[in-house]
Design a protein around this ligand. Sequence first.
Ligand code: ZN
Length: 237
Amino acid sequence: MNDMTYNVHSVAENVWGIQEGRMVTAYLVVGSKCALLIDAGGALPAMREQAESITDLPIILTLTHGHDDHILCISQFEKAHIDSADMYLVESSSVNKGNCQLVPVEEGHIFDLGDRQIETIALRGHTRGGLAYLDRKNRLLFSGDTINLGPIFMFMEESSLDTLISELEKFDAMDSFDQVFPAHNVHPIGRERIKDIISCAKAVKDGSLEGIKPPAGMPPMPEQVKLYMKDGCGLLY
Ligand SMILES: [Zn+2]
């Protein structure tokens, strides 16, 4: 943890991943007029500096959801866009919010970056107010924790396995993106992996998949939580 550093790398044309060690990845999508920073990091203290090392354009911050590992540096920004259903997670967090104003954003909102538009789409399941961001022109989807090879944390009070399955089916049926950029683990992943995550989640739901005790080194979680793995996808439930 102490030797963790930022790894800033190009992931698509004018899109950068700002990764903290092997942990969380925020994305900076740079347009002709301004840039959109998707998430604010969770382990290292200089997200704004990292984003400003990539572009001189104004930077708009938006969040995929309200968990601590996505909001650490929000105090470095005047505003953070977030779904109103996830605001309570930020408000109740011990993360320093400084003077950052939480701005509610909903499905359908479009961030106009000049030569590229980023659409906001609800992506619930992991939390109640999860959002994904779609670059339709370039067929890229930024999915936060909800589409991710995992393990996806699904044991929390704000998580719903039924919602996760129906939301993943909704995204699987969309024909507007090819590559998915999750906030954790490998990126990008191909859209075909959504089917694998659905299959894993359904097997957890119907009890056909056996869970194991989560390995040591994971964040603290309730005793009864098990790790479920299938086809390279994982859930903690
Ligand atoms: Zn999360």
